[in-house]
Design a protein around this ligand. Structure first.
Ligand code: GDP
Ligand code: MG
Length: 162
């Protein structure tokens, strides 16, 4: 059966970059879901013989909504639609107040949330991801969207959870 992953996180952590890495490098697109304009937000493909839907919640726009409302709606959609949520953060910024607020929103769901720390481009940055244990979401996964690193490990974890 199909698995749906949603990527959530504050602006600029690299959601679209990771989405494009998953979609571009890892899965073969079988269907582009209609209704998506400029940037692709939803993709459906196949990975290891299973249908995988990926949602970049950051690409969803709720016009007129203020920053916190936007983030709140994105988290709600992830919790409604996804089987597994990827909470994305940025190692260079460390844990921010907005990250903490998103994590608080995600506490409402019983669905699995995987914590991924993007922009871990080099070994020094990968060593800094341990700070993110403080978010209480278990093991942080290092990612580099820029270099395409770590994505396979996250997807393998997703497949263990569903
Ligand atoms: P979004 O707002 O969460 O969708 O973030 P974007 O995917 O648009 O990325 C925001 C910025 O971070 C862009 O300038 C990206 O090129 C950059 N970026 C994304 N992933 C990485 C990464 O792994 N390493 C570095 N150094 N920059 C990255
Ligand atoms: Mg984006």
């Amino acid at each position: 059966q199909a698995i749906t992953i949603a990527i959530v996180g504050r602006p600029n952590v690299g959601k679209s970059t990771i989405f494009n890495r998953i979609v571009g490098d890892r899965i073969s697109i079988v269907e582009d879901i209609p209704g998506v304009t400029r940037d692709r937000i939803y993709a459906r493909g196949e990975w290891l013989g299973r249908t995988l839907n990926v949602i970049d919640t950051g690409g969803l726009e709720f016009n007129q909504a203020d920053f916190m409302t936007q983030i709140h709606m994105q988290a709600e959609i992830a919790m409604d639609e996804a089987d597994v949520i990827i909470m994305l953060t940025d190692v260079r910024d460390g844990i921010t107040k907005t990250d903490e607020m998103i994590v608080k929103m995600l506490r409402k769901t019983k669905k699995p949330v995987i914590l991924a720390v993007n922009k871990a481009d080099n070994p020094e940055q990968r060593a800094e991801i341990y700070d993110f244990y403080r978010l209480g979401l278990g093991d942080p996964y290092p990612l580099s969207g820029a270099h395409g690193l770590g994505i396979g490990d996250v997807l393998e974890h997703v497949f263990q959870l569903v």
